[in-house]
Unconditional design. Sequence first.
Length: 110
Amino acid sequence: MTKGINFPLSVVSGNLAVTSEGDLFKGHILSWLQTEPRQRVMRPAYGMKDYLFETISDISLITSNIKEGLQDYIPQVNFEVQGSLSDTGEVEVYVYWSYEGDESTLKVTL
C-alpha cells in the first residue's frame, strides 16, 4: 500500500494528514496541475505550463503536453486527457485517470 502526505496539506491531531492509494494519487495530480514549471527550485521541470497568454490553434497540443507530464510524474496511474473550448473562450481540460480499477475525473479550466 502506497502512503504519503495529503494534498492540500492539513493537520490532524498535531501531525500532517496521511493518505493512501487513490487519494494520494489524486493529490499528486492536483499538485502537478496547480504548479508552474520553475516554481519549485529543486524540480524546475515539474508542473503544467501556463497557457493563459498563449495562442494555440489546436487544443490537442495542450492535452498531449498535460498527459505526457502526468505520465512522467505519476507512472503508476493511467491517464486520458481531453479538452474543449467553451463559449466564453476558456479551455476546459478533463483529466480521466484510473488506478487499480478505480476511475475518476478532474476538470481544469485554463
